[in-house]
Design a protein around this ligand. Structure first.
Ligand code: GDP
Ligand code: CA
Length: 348
């Protein structure tokens, strides 16, 4: 298949909006797909991949700044993540956490691994020394050759909060302590309306040949990214193609508790509902194409009626090959969008 990306650019610019664990699996697939399709002499890729990471999950705990989604992304791209447990560092230990618990410090239900604490201490120290969040993420990401550029969505602190019948709490308390079982009445990000995209974010979106929405949680991972003023507008205005991947397959999140977040914003856990939530660019929304699973093939027609191109593809990321195949399917779906992406094509 020849897509706009093949004719457009020897070095296509790919931007991915992503959350933590699900987002990083997809980004690892994008990097692998790009290596295979646009290899460079050094075993990497000529493609320029920029990841815009969710920082809505960030929190202060025991005096340390934590950035769970940023760290999940870095660990997965570096290959130092714990693939069995599904989060954190491989070979992790919890000696410091045991001491913190003995002191009665922190949250007993939120365990910090020793290796992970190294990242939190480094980050907090740099922040205390006056570095911006962008600079800190760049320093953390430079430890390993990740093969992608990593930008936080914003330098501002806009930690996600959840309102429940038992009161308002930090997202991590609701997600980890309550396992998202307390019905959420709504989410908010204090200060987000006054925040700005981090340096480089809007430029990356404007220059992209393709913007990919990872199959991340639509409400608490991509939701905050798109709520930073200026980011959604930059997605709408880009000359490149905008392609999303459904995190919902056959009426359920592949893993995790995304359905609890969708319910709070009045959306059913259904691939077509999430696609409509983002909306077609041709109808004032954000996406040109929305990849749905083979299990959801019957939803394609209804989605196409809203102006979205809705390719039906295998959406399961079980290993590197299936994640790369999913990324390739997302990139290839731009072939059907040549006319939309013509601006990007003509620019190069
Ligand atoms: P988190 O920040 O760690 O919660 O991770 P994300 O928000 O980036 O991604 C979580 C979402 O990834 C979940 O809601 C899942 O539905 C989705 N997900 C996880 N694995 C897969 C997969 O193999 N295929 C697809 N399509 N979605 C997945
Ligand atoms: Ca997250």
């Amino acid at each position: 298949m020849t897509g706009v990306l093949d004719v457009a650019a020897g070095s296509p610019r790919i931007v991915v909006l992503a959350g933590g664990v699900g987002g990083s699996k997809f980004v690892v697939g994008v990097r692998e797909a790009a290596r295979r399709r646009w290899p460079d002499a050094a075993g990497g890729t000529r493609a320029e991949i920029t990841v815009i990471a969710n920082t809505g999950d960030d929190l202060w705990l025991s005096g340390l700044r934590l950035q769970p989604d940023v760290d999940s992304m870095i660990y997965a791209l570096a290959g130092v993540n714990d693939t069995e447990r599904g989060w954190g560092r491989a070979g992790e230990s919890e000696r410091v956490a045991a001491e913190l618990h003995a002191w009665g410090a922190g949250w007993p239900w939120f365990t910090l691994g020793d290796l992970d604490l190294g990242a939190h201490i480094a980050r907090t120290g740099w922040l205390r020394d006056g570095a911006s969040v962008t600079e800190v993420v760049d320093r953390l990401a430079s430890r390993w050759p990740l093969g992608v550029g990593l930008l936080p969505m914003t330098d501002a602190e806009v930690d996600t909060h959840v309102t429940t019948a038992q009161g308002r709490m930090h997202f991590q308390e609701w997600w980890t302590r309550h396992r998202a079982a307390l019905p959420a009445l709504g989410f908010d990000w204090p200060g987000i309306a006054q925040s700005e995209p981090a340096p480089g974010v809007v430029d990356a979106l404007a220059a992209a040949d393709v913007i990919l929405f990872a199959p991340s949680n639509p409400v608490v991972s991509l939701g905050p990214i798109l709520a930073v003023p200026g980011i959604a507008a930059a997605v709408r205005a880009t000359a490149g193609a905008v392609v999303g991947v459904s995190p919902i397959i056959a009426g359920a999140p592949v893993r995790g508790m995304a359905d609890a977040c969708l319910a709070a914003v009045g959306l059913p856990a259904a691939a077509d509902a999430v696609g409509r939530h983002y909306g077609a660019r041709s109808a004032g929304g954000l996406l040109d194409a929305w990849l749905i699973a083979e299990e959801d093939a019957s939803l394609a027609e209804g989605l196409e009626a809203t102006g979205l191109c809705a390719p039906v593809r295998p959406l399961w990321m079980r290993d590197l090959d299936s994640a790369a195949a999913l990324a390739t399917a997302a990139l290839d779906s731009t072939a059907a969008l040549d006319s939309i992406a013509l601006g990007a094509h003509q620019r190069s």
